[in-house]
Design a protein around this ligand. Structure first.
Ligand code: SF4
Length: 64
């Protein structure tokens, strides 16, 4: 006997986890509380703040 095939819902969930979060300024460690990007030392334009996965400098470090 062997296990039944993995359910598609679980496969989809695991793929979603592996991909990681969408990369916005709002979940980037460089985004200051005043809306300034600390990596580029400029205020982030609204349009850019609404675009996912558009910045190669996005970073989210471990909280320890
Ligand atoms: S590094 Fe990129 S993603 Fe992060 S706050 Fe600056 S512009 Fe946004």
């Amino acid at each position: 006997m062997a296990r039944h095939p993995k359910p598609q819902g679980l496969i989809d969930y695991e793929a979603w986890l592996a991909k990681g979060p969408p990369r916005y300024c709002h979940n980037c460690d460089h985004y200051g509380g005043d809306g300034k990007c600390l990596a580029f030392n400029v205020y982030v334009p609204f349009e850019h703040s609404q675009m996912a996965d558009s910045c190669p400098t996005w970073i989210q470090e471990l909280p320890f």
